[in-house]
Design a protein. Sequence first.
Length: 456
Amino acid sequence: MFEPDAEAMPHEALAQLQDDRLRALVGRLLARGGLQAERLRAAGVTSPADVALEYLPRLPMTVKSDLWEAYPFGMVEVPAEDVVVVHGSSGTGGRPTLVAYTRADLALWARMCARALAAAGATRSSIVHNAYGYGLFTGGLGIHQGAIELGATVVPVSGGMTARQVTLIRDLRPDILTCTPSYAIRLGEALAESGAGPGLSLKAGLFGAEPWSGQMRARIEELLGLRALDIYGLSEVIGPGVAAECLEAADGLHVNEDHFLVEAIDPETGEPVPDGTPGELVFSTVTREALPLLRYRTGDIASLRHGTCQCGRTLVKMSKVAGRRDDMLVLRGVNVYPSEVERVLLGSPAICPDYLLVLDERLDARRLIVCCEYVTAGASSSPSARPAGPGAGELPGSGGGDSPGAGDLEAWLRDELGVSVQVKVLPSGTIPRSEVGKAVRVVRWRDGAPPLPGLD
Ligand SMILES: [Zn+2]
């Protein structure tokens, strides 16, 4: 552990620390007198003494549109000269979501990413091949500073230019890979094509910025011969390093809740959901200086689990993110997340990890077209290391080498999702591959030509 005193803090001491930090945050917001102070006063909170950790679910929330309306710096709570860097994420309508950092915020962020790297087994002697994009996006520079904080060697290769990445991995022999899960697949295939194969030097990877399934984890581990761990973050909270999986358990992400108080709420009612029940994640960034947010609604759906992990960490665990609240597809009254479709598709080793869900909204009765491709020779994985598929039966053809047809996939998806969808198996290379940034998994077909050739 990078900070064992914090990461394995006894539960009571942690709750006390969170309580102190929450009051301090409320005190700072009230003193500053911005939007969040107005909302606190409207809720009857006029001093830090009015709040306590147990009352957190009753405090006012913040949402993404608050940041857009205050664009660019209306919610910054420190003097402009104290801001040292700005990051952000793509917004909608061309307006990015901007997040400001002070020196102390940057130092905190570096420590959070160092925790994540250490949880994946990285040490001072590690070489971190960092293929997250560098720039306004927090992925690249967040991991970069975390690796330096840990004392490891970071290779700031950024995204794209895959041939160069293959050369660097073969020559520098990194033990840690950091990138999006979809790019890990792309990189693994390119390494296989170069003749390098799995089992190079890579021991673990931290993959995030996109929701991904357990089936995708199995694919990545097989392709790259490493342990694939999940890392979670969003720029509004701090960037990557909000939560990360540990090597020992690898069954959920430890949330750094000494700095980021986390709740899971019912997205409709706003009420807290019990441990183990999926809900929308809400974070309070109690130690952030430039842009502290009280109860920020992320739109990400996951469940929480309290307890002590076999790794010794006492920090609450969040499940892998099932999807974004906005990405949830409602089909004839049934809620479907793209990651659930991914889990079913990748249950067959014959199906390529690049897929696209086309939501046909041209008619009143919307339909979902699941577009996928077969794995091409050379990039295929050996069935022996593949975990058993979900459900009672194997996918037809999954054991014997025959590829399942569209009808087989449709039947399996209907059983697993509880709703009928259409499957199109397209020629290899039809679905766009992502080299930089996040993979696009869902497109909406509202009018005009189909988003991919071969759809009708
Ligand atoms: Zn653990």
